[in-house]
Every structure is written in C-alpha cells, then in structure tokens.
Design a protein around this ligand. Sequence first.
Ligand code: FES
Ligand code: FES
Length: 189
Amino acid sequence: MDVKLTVNGESQTLSIEPRVTLLDALRENLGLVGSKKGCDHGQCGACTVLIDGQRVYSCLALAVMQEGKEIVTVEGLATEENLHPVQAAFIENDGFQCGYCTPGQICASVALLEEVQQGCASAVTPDLHSPPKLAELSEAEIKERLSGNLCRCSAYNGIVAAVQQVVGQQPPSPMATVVGSRGAEEQRS
Ligand code: FES
Ligand code: FES
C-alpha cells in the first residue's frame, strides 16, 4: 500500500506492505540507516526515533500508522552548519565507543530534555508534585530516564556526562573518573 511519511521535515511516499515496521521503512526504503536494529524486539533502544517529539522504539511501530506525524531520526537533528547540542555533548564527553547504540541514545536524550521541560516525573522522582527542572536533574534521574537504551560497550558514564553538560551542569572530568577508579582498584589490592 502507499504510505505518506514525514521524515526529518521531508514528505516521502513509500509503497510497502502493511506489516513493515517504521525501522525497516527508514532503513530499507528511505536509506536512513542511522537508526539501528539491535534486538528488533523493543528491548535495547538502538532504534529509538522521535515521533511528534516523543521517543518511540521504531522496531515496534508500524510504518503505516505514522501518516500525518512528524518523524525525526538522528539524521534530522543537526543543521547543515551545527550538530545538535546533544550530539556535540556526546562527542565532548566520550558518550560512545562502537557507536551502535548512539543514534538511539541521542534521540532518547533529546526527548528526555523535552520531557523534563514539560514537567514529567520519572520512577525515581522523590516528589511527584515537584518534578525536577533541567538544571536540577540528578544522576539517578538521568540514568532512570535513559534506562530504555542499552549500551553493550557500557559507555554510560559518558552518556550521563553528556546530558549533564547539555542541562548546564558540570560533568565529572574523564580523568577524574579514571583516577578515581584506579584509586579504588589500588585500595582493593
Ligand atoms: S531494535 Fe528496537 S528496541 Fe532493540
Ligand atoms: S557505544 Fe557500543 S553499544 Fe553503545
């Protein structure tokens, strides 16, 4: 069937089977291979994209159900001149190693910022009547709010630091983390 999708600001018409997922439509039909297929079962977050500003696992969404919605993939976050601030912060804070999970982590982080600005609480928010503002986001809040995105390289410290930088906090320096973990190793031995 013919399906009209709006992806990264552009209208696209695809001729696909109704069972095709949004992830496969993006990757196989539109050549947007930034969104990754990790598990294809809604368990890893590598396929995360934004639909009308909200994060969605595109491996669990049918493409035919996305007509009339604004889809943004990692390819649509930067302008021609500048990276999205979250993308820049991932680079500055070593928020990745192999990079396979990174597009999903970045899209999830962009959505996280929007959710906090809208006053959404998380499972670790102490007072549901007073959800944190961006500048007050604790490390526990950031980790909880990104818990739907797994990283097999375990680049979590850099990912959290990147979000901290974007919300105006001072992320711990990578050297402090290395020295700190070496000190802990020495104490154990
Ligand atoms: S590929 Fe979609 S959640 Fe893993
Ligand atoms: S950077 Fe390799 S899986 Fe996350």
